[in-house]
Write a protein that binds this ligand. Sequence first.
Ligand code: C2E
Ligand code: MG
Ligand code: MG
Ligand code: MG
Length: 287
Amino acid sequence: RAKAQGRGRYVVFNESMHLQALQRLQLEQELRDAIDRNQLVLYYQPIFQLKTKEISGFEALVRWQHPTRGFISPDSFIPIAEETGLIVPLDRWVLTQATQQLAIWHQLYPHRADLTVSVNFSVKDLLRADLLSDLTRILGQTGLQGHHLNLEITESTLIEDIQAMVTILQQLKHHGFTVTIDDFGTGYSSLSYLHQLPVDALKIDRSFVMAMEANRRNSDIVETIITLSNRLGLAAIAEGVETEAQLCHLQHLNCELGQGYWFAKPLPAEEAETLLLSTPASTAATL
Ligand code: C2E
Ligand code: MG
Ligand code: MG
Ligand code: MG
């Protein structure tokens, strides 16, 4: 009897796994179509200079407006895209859209031609041989310069092949692109690697920022990452800034840049543009 029950459970478990696999397969096919049919949308979250509260750029974040399932979060389809290789056309699509949008804003608002756009980039994509030619081609179509494009790469994936990564990052730097290590503090990057990696900024994971006021240890971690950035000559970006208290604390710690709901949620392009127009720009901007 116990055995029969055990077997019953085994079958149920198996069926649900089978169902999961089917759903995944279906999602994969639908994602493929979504890229072709422009069902993906980019939202833009402004990144602010914490001292002056000027917008320095936007992070492009992809959204999937599924015709029947509704909104699907990137956290649930990016992993599938990475496993299936769909991440390559997806990242190319995001790059094309984001740089075209930024070029439009530069043309409309020449006094803000210092604005940058940040795109999240999968390491799988970074390791592809055609990356640099694709990047320069896509950027070339817009008239933007390398430093207008910032690539965000998640920390946990960055150190899998450190030597290959150093080579690629050097090439990116040579073309003027900037690179940010995303979700910094959550991966396992050894600090000894950090000075070898030619990156431009560290983005402090929002889990630390959000727990800053509640927990002394988290605010110590945030402070340490900011100090580390300063020492290495990198910019520090705080993500997930939701309260005025967090903002004040970060300003006090001399964190250069920040983004989060306190400033703005990720917004559709038109709303991001409206926000841009209502936010003061530095008179010191030279471009
Ligand atoms: P991420 O790059 O670390 O992006 C930050 C995430 O935090 C975004 O979630 C953003 O909407 C959210 N966020 C921003 N401010 C706040 C805040 O104040 N509070 C809270 N609670 N959340 C905040 P989102 O848009 O769901 O993106 C999730 C992740 O999906 C991103 O994490 C990124 O790793 C990945 N992703 C998004 N778009 C792309 C893309 O185009 N390509 C690739 N390869 N990955 C992407
Ligand atoms: Mg990011
Ligand atoms: Mg992040
Ligand atoms: Mg992330």
